[in-house]
Design a binder for this molecule. Structure first.
Ligand SMILES: Cc1cc2nc3c(=O)[nH]c(=O)nc-3n(C[C@H](O)[C@H](O)[C@H](O)COP(=O)(O)OP(=O)(O)OC[C@H]3O[C@@H](n4cnc5c(N)ncnc54)[C@H](O)[C@@H]3O)c2cc1C
Length: 483
């Protein structure tokens, strides 16, 4: 048997681990012997995926669920034998609210997926004035943009639906996902579907109606999935099971292993060997290198090899956020919000981006008699709150909960999770920068970048991008001889 080919993946978040899984799977399919190693600088696996279990409470410090419509998440769970652990959101009480005019208004049904299923509920919500509604309806008449240029989310949605619909409803939905500023975010990089709908149908409303009618009903015998799904005992189970499976397959998984520098040397015409310098001074060599680290880390690692790649990577900004989980005796908060939670538009000038009633969304995450609420703060232009210490931060968040939904009770559990430089921002020109990056790195065969910083921030996006990174590596190794 020939000597195994070497692959090192830097970063043990979902992107790095999913890449390792796909490398193993695709190498096995090709009969290619591989020695794969994953290096993680932290003392635990999973990156942004962190579940805390305290007594009967299950709280997520980072992501709490993932989109089921993007299949990569469900598919990975199936391959790992986790399908029976998948849970839907609670069918009862699945309303969501948005702050407007100092009080919470119910979001029109289906709007959370940007598809207003019943326009009547939009009319009844009281969120928009009659002129605002009429302006929104003009979308069916306004001609498509003749330009193919990238456009900001704010510009696109103001142009199609008017300022009111954008500022009161669409902006907070989008900002909640990216913790970003819609004035700077690229439509094509974040919500390309809307660009396509405009181009194809000349109207978002008409396009949505046409595509909703044609939408496939999903797998015939598969279980029905809610739009967002999670794992019964928390998303970190995905990480635990994935990492255990990788080790069973012979992948070396090393924690506390920070890569400080990458060097490159030629070993064949047009082929490179990558030397990784670790924090303790040790070095590792590999034919194939996947950087599944945040873009600013990859920038530092690649700058000495290619300053242009370093510069392009550095141009991907990251926003800092925090989540604050709080548990209350149910009797003290009953009636505050009868739904999954609320979102807060930027124009409201509040610190809160959103608050989720976790124990209603996923009932078994808190024991009966407890209400678990998760607040989300920070994001582009709203990061000042993160300078507060935990006591001040919690006091600020509680004051806003009190003002917005009347919760004055003392929580019996509080956990603050700070996420510094955590959410990549796909700003205007993001996609063309990625194209330049690909061109710049094309002279380094065997070197691939993956992770939330590039082609999607959601967990299924990261898993899918990891599989694409693995495909590049395997294709590259299959076409060359061992060093
Ligand atoms: C608060 C919050 C809520 C979110 N909610 C959702 C949600 O509900 N649903 C959803 O789908 N997505 C959500 N996301 C987004 C999603 O969680 C992330 O985009 C995704 O987990 C990122 O995975 P990743 O592996 O690309 O990056 P990371 O998780 O950041 O992993 C990168 C890893 O690289 C390691 N590393 C860094 N430098 C080095 C080095 N020099 N050497 C070795 N290792 C290094 C880091 O320690 C880290 O573990 C949320 C994110 C946040 C922050």
């Amino acid at each position: 048997m020939s000597r195994p080919r070497t692959v090192i993946i830097v970063g043990g978040g979902i992107s790095g681990l999913a890449t390792a899984f796909a490398v193993q799977e695709q190498a096995a399919a090709k009969g290619l012997p591989i020695q794969c190693t994953v290096l993680e600088s932290d003392s635990s696996w999973g990156g942004k995926i962190v579940t805390h279990r305290i007594g009967n409470l299950v709280t997520e410090a980072g992501p709490d669920s993932f989109l089921s419509q993007k299949h990569a998440g469900l598919d990975l769970c199936a391959k790992l034998g986790l399908t029976d652990q998948l849970i839907n959101t609670n069918e009862t009480g699945k309303k969501a609210f948005v702050l407007h005019g100092g009080r919470l208004h119910e979001l029109p049904e289906g709007l959370v997926s940007f598809v207003p299923k019943q326009l009547g509920s939009f009319l009844r919500s009281g969120l928009l004035s009659w002129t605002g509604l009429a302006r929104m309806g003009l979308d069916v008449l306004i001609p498509r943009s003749p330009s193919d240029n990238d456009e900001s989310l704010a510009s696109f949605f103001r142009r199609r639906f008017g300022a009111q619909a954008f500022e009161r409803v669409l902006e907070p939905l989008m900002a909640g996902i990216y913790a970003g500023d819609a004035e700077q975010m690229s439509l094509k990089a974040t919500f390309p579907r809307f660009f396509e709908l405009e181009q194809q149908y000349g109207s978002i409303i008409r396009g949505m109606m046409a595509t909703t009618k044609r939408a496939s009903p999903g797998p015939p015998n598969g279980p029905t999935r809610s739009m967002f799904v999670s794992l019964k005992n928390g998303l970190s189970d995905l990480i635990t099971v994935l990492k255990a499976r990788l080790e069973q397959q012979g992948v070396k998984c090393r924690l506390g292993c920070r890569v400080e520098a990458v060097r490159v040397r030629s070993y064949q015409l047009g082929r490179w060997m990558y030397d990784l310098i670790l924090e303790d001074g040790a070095s590792l060599s590999t034919e194939s290198l996947v950087l599944a680290t945040p873009a600013y880390v990859s920038a530092d690692l690649l700058r000495p090899l290619t300053p242009i790649a370093g510069e392009l990577l550095e141009m991907i900004p990251y926003a800092s956020t925090a989540t604050i989980a709080m548990a209350y005796p149910a009797a003290q908060v009953t009636g505050a919000v009868e739904g999954f939670g609320f979102i807060v538009p930027r124009i409201a000038g509040r610190n809160l981006i959103a608050a989720t009633w976790t124990s209603l969304k996923w009932p078994h995450r808190a024991p009966t008699g407890q209400v678990l609420i998760r607040c989300y703060v920070g994001g582009v232009g709203r990061e000042a709150i993160l300078q507060l210490d935990d006591v001040e931060l919690v006091a600020t968040v509680r004051a806003e909960l009190s003002a917005l939904c009347g919760i004055k009770a003392e929580p019996n559990y509080v956990k603050v999770n700070r996420w510094w430089k955590a959410m990549p921002q796909y700003t205007l020109g993001h996609l063309s920068r990625l194209t330049q990056l690909d061109a710049t790195l094309s002279c380094y065969p065997g070197l691939v970048l993956t992770g939330a910083g590039y082609r999607g921030v959601g967990i299924p996006d990261c898993i899918r991008d990891g599989a694409l990174a693995a495909a590049k590596i395997i294709q590259d190794l299959s076409g060359t001889h061992p060093s």
